[in-house]
Design a protein around this ligand. Structure first.
Ligand SMILES: NC(=O)C1=CN([C@@H]2O[C@H](COP(=O)(O)OP(=O)(O)OC[C@H]3O[C@@H](n4cnc5c(N)ncnc54)[C@H](OP(=O)(O)O)[C@@H]3O)[C@@H](O)[C@H]2O)C=CC1
Ligand SMILES: O=C(O)C1=N[C@H](C(=O)O)C[C@H](O)C1
Length: 272
């Protein structure tokens, strides 16, 4: 580990992404697992974070005191749940550090609180941290701009593992927003999130969503653009959670010398 390695705090350290982050940071020269946090009362508090992640002991005991860890650290990697993320954004603002948010399922009210915390913290938030999905978003925006709503219908499909608690996925919403932006419309006013029963024909210009859940699927997303006699499909398959963890560490390192503000993965990847 280099002397200048960025001190990273992993919150939700015992979760699927938390453990992946611990392994990924451990393998990266410019970053270190400085602290690992779980909620008060969690059976994992006091356990070694490396041992839990399958690395063997790394000398970092999981704590339930996030503020102490944030004040001494430089960046927080957060793939937890909306209520926890809002609390962590407030603490990151107090500690004036980098907060990388991967948590999905945040409400409009949550987003406002995150924006407020970004007056003091450097926050990077994205529904998907992988290079591939962010490129897919750019391609979707371009395709939606070229294939107009009079002749082409856009549907966003996603499938995830059976433990996922929010729908549509953060990635599906990212892709839906990219399509809406390509068409110069607001997603909120043009999306169809659920269909059931006698729905009538498809309203012109809408962007539809379909959600599948099952097994251990890490993340499958497709944007289907259907016209008369032809269909264009843009898609991404995640086969390893490391793609999200690598993106999160890249974002933290990128934000290290930035001013407080709310950034996206497109800023990090230079795709904006
Ligand atoms: N943006 C991206 O690229 C990606 C985003 N995600 C998102 O990340 C989130 C987490 O996913 P995943 O790892 O699969 O979920 P898990 O449920 O496996 O992990 C979440 C972890 O956060 C912990 N946690 C919850 N609340 C707190 C709290 N207040 N303090 C400390 N720890 C807390 C949970 O503990 P407990 O079990 O006790 O609640 C759990 O260990 C989801 O929103 C998911 O959609 C996932 C992959 C990629
Ligand atoms: O919950 C997950 O697992 C994932 N969540 C993110 C999402 O909601 O899009 C990213 C990835 O697809 C995995």
């Amino acid at each position: 580990m280099s002397g200048n390695a960025m001190k990273l705090v992993v919150v939700g350290a015992a979760g699927r992404m938390g453990q992946t982050l611990i392994r990924t940071i451990h393998a990266i020269e410019g970053a270190e697992v400085f602290a690992a946090v779980e909620r008060e009362g969690s059976p994992f508090v006091g356990r070694d974070a490396g041992e839990l992640a399958g690395l063997g002991p790394i000398g970092v005991a999981i704590t339930d005191k996030p503020l102490e860890a944030f004040v001494a650290g430089e960046g927080v990697l957060d793939f937890t749940a909306p209520a926890a993320t809002i609390e962590f954004a407030g603490l990151a603002a107090q500690a004036r550090i980098v907060h990388v948010i991967g948590t999905t399922g945040c409400s409009a009210e949550d987003e406002e609180k995150i924006k407020a915390a970004a007056r003091h913290a450097r926050i990077m938030k994205s529904g998907n941290m992988s290079l591939g999905v962010n490129l897919l978003g750019v391609l979707t925006e371009t395709a939606a701009r070229a294939l107009g709503p009079d002749d082409w219908d856009i549907e966003v499909l996603e499938m995830h593992h059976k433990h996922k608690v929010d729908a549509p996925s953060g990635t599906a919403l990212l892709l839906g927003n990219a399509a809406a932006s390509g068409r110069g419309v607001s997603l909120a006013e043009n999306s169809v999130r659920v269909r059931d029963g006698h729905t009538g024909p498809r309203p012109l210009g809408t962007i539809g969503f379909a959600t599948l859940r099952g097994g251990s699927v890490i993340g499958e997303h497709s944007v289907v653009i259907a016209g008369e006699g032809e269909t264009v499909t843009l898609s991404h398959s995640a086969t390893d959670r490391t793609i999200f963890a690598r993106g999160a560490v890249k974002a933290a390192l990128w934000a290290r010398d930035k001013k407080p503000g709310l950034y996206s993965m497109l800023d990090v990847l230079g795709l904006n």
